[in-house]
Ligand binder design. Structure first.
Ligand code: PMP
Length: 425
């Protein structure tokens, strides 16, 4: 965490002066960036950093096709969403081609938070129940409703009565039977919401459990939990803000690895490669039930420039074979990291799918003891080696790897080398 009381001159003091306590900066000595391309970011002092931190510019920083599409559209027409603009529908059709056919209505928003907020409201309307089940260290966004369902954002309070948490789907909580254990925990959470007289509107889950520390395996483990929720009349909201848009390699959406059928899919971050856009896909009848009561309008959501960015992103993923690249480069990276883990006593586990990996760091020779202080040391050492990376998880001791999907094998090797330097004795 950065010390907001730090005074003095320079860009950090200037930022603190402007943003105050809401300032969120990475590193004790934050980096001032000036440009970025592909998987690389360039700082004001000319240092080039390999970006393993950032799953927003997912097809690569400053991708020329996205830049051209946005520039063209903003020079032609940008307006709110109350007019017909053909490009908007072209984009929605391209996006829907990637989604389950039942979820044939898509509402575009400007942030993942707005998409999840809407999804939670729709789930309440459709189910007639008020409660949500989420994982223990989940993050789903920043509106009032979504913050209540984001335990990792509730620093001093427990979630309210309408939110019940379950441990993340890992071995720590459920041993070898992750699917069975997770489903039992979900059923118990729903029983608790019933006992409170609230009932379950939805299971809201990020299908790769990013904030919880990245839990991807075994594929299919989500299915019994999702089926239990749906059998009880609740909805499954697949929060694809992190794993969506080809990152997990084997599928375009993270939930697809689990063979489940979401009732609602929310998406964001990589959707516009940095142009702010997000969305919620739902069944027409669910959306209709919601809109009858409340209506929904979003001034900027799905504006023509956002749709131009979104369409370019879908095209680039296809044209450059980025899902395949995520699968191939990600699998090799994972096995290289596992090889290092076997020799590094402070690397306890490597998890993940495609180009979304988590690496647990632990106390010396104590694989069961997460070590957040060591994790900060590794993050700093990697920065000194020119690699940007962050942490996640309940203990803040899981490195979260999310490089752009265009990552080359040489760039992955560069990461592996810096990682080995930071963790091998
Ligand atoms: N869901 C998940 C899983 C997220 O990680 C985030 C952002 N970190 C959000 C939702 C919220 O998205 P946004 O910041 O665009 O509002």
């Amino acid at each position: 965490a950065f010390d907001n009381r730090q005074g003095g001159a320079g860009p950090v003091a200037r930022r603190l002066d402007n943003l105050g306590a809401a300032s969120v900066l990475f590193y004790r000595a934050p980096i001032e960036m000036v440009s970025a391309q592909g998987a690389w970011m360039v700082a004001v002092d000319g240092t080039r950093y390999l970006d393993f931190y950032n799953n927003v510019p997912s097809v690569g920083h400053s991708h020329p096709e996205v830049v051209a599409a946005v520039s063209r559209q903003i020079a032609t027409l940008n307006t709110h969403t109350r007019y017909l603009v053909a490009g908007v529908d072209t984009y929605l059709e391209a996006l829907k081609a990637r989604l389950p056919s039942a979820l044939s209505n898509v509402v575009l928003t400007c942030s993942g938070s707005e998409a999840n907020d809407l999804a939670m409201r729709v789930a309440r309307q459709v189910s007639g129940a008020g409660g949500f089940v989420v994982t223990e260290t989940a993050y789903h966004g920043n509106t009032a409703l979504v913050t209540e369902a984001s335990p990792s954002a509730l620093k001093r309070t427990a979630p309210p009565a309408h939110v019940v948490t379950v441990p993340a789907p890992g071995r720590e909580a459920y041993g070898d039977d992750i699917a069975g254990g997770f489903a039992r925990a979900i059923r118990a959470a729903m029983a608790e919401l019933d006992a409170r007289g609230i009932g379950t509107a939805a299971l809201l889950a990020d299908s790769i459990f990013s904030s919880d520390g990245i839990f991807a395996d075994p594929p299919g483990f989500l299915r019994p939990a999702v089926e239990a929720v749906q059998a009880a009349g609740g909805l499954y909201i697949a929060d694809e803000v992190q794993p969506g848009f080809a990152r997990t390699g084997s599928a375009f959406w993270g939930y697809a690895r689990h063979g489940v059928a979401p009732d609602i899919v929310t998406m964001g971050k990589p959707m516009g490669n940095g142009f702010p856009m997000a969305g919620m896909a739902a069944r027409p009848e669910h959306l209709a039930a919601f809109c009858e009561d409340t209506g929904y309008f979003n001034t900027f959501g799905g504006n023509p420039v956002a749709c131009a960015a979104g369409l370019a992103v879908l095209r680039v993923i296809e044209e450059e074979g980025l899902q395949d690249n995520a699968q191939r480069v990600g699998a090799r990276l994972k096995s290289d990291l596992e090889e290092i883990a076997a020799r590094a006593p402070r690397v306890a586990a490597v998890r993940g799918a495609g180009l979304f990996l988590g690496v647990d760091l632990c106390a010396p020779d104590a694989p069961g003891t997460p070590d957040a202080a060591f994790t900060v040391q590794v993050i700093d050492a990697m920065r000194d080696a020119g690699v940007l990376i962050g942490a996640a998880g309940r203990y803040g001791a899981t490195l979260k790897l999310r490089p752009p999907l265009c990552l080359s094998q040489a760039e992955a090797d560069r990461f592996t080398e810096a990682f080995a330097g930071a963790v091998l004795p």
